[in-house]
Ligand binder design. Structure first.
Ligand SMILES: [Zn+2]
Length: 373
């Protein structure tokens, strides 16, 4: 009897779960992405029948057939803003060709004094297809791509409205996330579909999902890069790390010149030796350079690790530096600011059997996955 009861329960749970899976929601947010501004007109073509509406009043201005080429210049006196939306099919299935480049979803055009601003009305999951390949190689393992998909989706929603004064949510450049329209990669489509609607939250609030190319062995506490601390952006050691050292050499003459005439010629450098994961007075908890003292023939200069990185285009602030003969030699690990998820680290974890949930939990301490839709 008891066995029968347990079996019945298992059957109920399994079929119940399968049923819930079938009822996948079709709703998704639409993100307004700024594509271009300052143009006089645009030429466009839609992949399916569309309506052009006056965005201020909501009335239909005209219908556009699939494949029809039209020019939008908003020269009509009473129309300051239009939207082009699909007439019969879901917005996610529409593609609009704008001046020869295809974008997902609909399109908004706004008149600004003497020019136009063009906005993609992109369903979020489609928008992600456009951005993901710009952020991580489509050849990366699926679980790493899934972690990146969740990070990019969380970023888009957390920063939605960042450009509200410009009339859209996000720009299409590195300031937000690079979005260049339609791209097709099976691996990326799969990573997005398998994490549909999932974001990272901390205490029920969307988190900042910073990421970088390679931590070099340990990520950096956000406090040591941008000042304010955040509980889920703390320094964590890599579980698996392929060491990829880098080296940058600068002649002592060129090096000295970057500090002005008052500095003179570099005589020596004071910086403690780097050990990944070991703090020092002049190093952060991950071992990155906080500051270094440069002794010149005329003056001593104390400079931060990030200023050194900027001045000499160093891949990261995780480095040793020495004066050797006529050269300053920087040797280090990692690429990028080191905050949040390491993409190389995510790849290594995925190659070693870690799921995207594990990867995200590793880099964003204490953050939880939440399915919004
Ligand atoms: Zn932006």
């Amino acid at each position: 009897m008891k066995i029968f009861f347990v079996a019945a329960m298992i059957f109920f749970l399994l079929t119940g779960a399968a049923h819930a899976e079938e009822k996948k929601s079709v709703w998704q947010p639409v993100i307004r992405v700024g594509l271009k501004s300052g143009v006089k007109q645009i030429s466009l073509q839609v992949s399916a029948p569309c309506i052009m509406i006056n965005a201020a009043k909501g009335n239909i201005l005209k219908k556009i057939s699939a494949g029809e080429k039209i020019i939008v210049d908003l020269t009509e006196p009473d129309v300051n803003s239009i939207e082009i939306l699909s007439e019969k099919i879901p917005l996610k299935d529409l593609k609009v060709d704008v001046d020869g480049k295809k974008f997902y979803g609909g399109l908004g055009v706004v008149k600004e004094k003497n020019s136009l601003s063009v906005i993609s009305l992109a369903p979020l999951e489609e928008y992600l297809r456009g951005v993901l390949s710009k952020e991580m190689s489509p050849s990366y393992p699926l679980e790493a791509l899934k972690a990146q998909a969740v990070a990019a989706r969380s970023f888009a929603l957390k920063n939605r409205g960042r450009h509200v004064k410009d009339g859209y949510d996000l720009c299409n450049a590195t300031h937000c996330q690079v979005y260049d329209g339609v791209v097709n990669f099976d691996s990326i489509d799969r990573a997005i579909d398998e994490t549909r609607g999932q974001v990272l939250v901390y205490k029920e609030k969307l988190i900042d999902t910073n990421f970088h190319a390679d931590s070099g062995g340990m990520t950096e506490d956000v406090r040591d890069v941008w000042g304010a601390s955040t509980p889920y952006l703390v320094a964590v050691r890599e579980i698996i790390q392929q060491a990829a050292p880098w080296i940058v050499k600068v002649t002592a003459k060129d090096f000295s010149a970057r500090f002005g005439e008052n500095f003179g010629d570099v005589k020596s450098i004071e910086l403690s030796k780097m050990t990944v994961g070991k703090a020092a007075d002049d190093r952060t908890s991950s071992g990155r350079v906080k500051s270094a003292k440069l002794i010149g023939t005329k003056k001593t200069v104390t400079i931060s690790g990030s200023d050194l990185r900027r001045k000499f285009s160093l891949p990261s602030t995780l480095f040793d530096m020495k004066l050797d003969g006529g050269e300053i030699i920087f040797t280090g690990y990692g690429r990028g600011h080191g905050v949040g998820m390491s993409q190389v680290g995510a790849r290594e974890l995925a190659l070693n059997g870690h799921t995207y949930e594990k990867i995200l939990a590793h880099y964003y301490s204490g953050a939880k996955l939440k399915k919004l839709y």
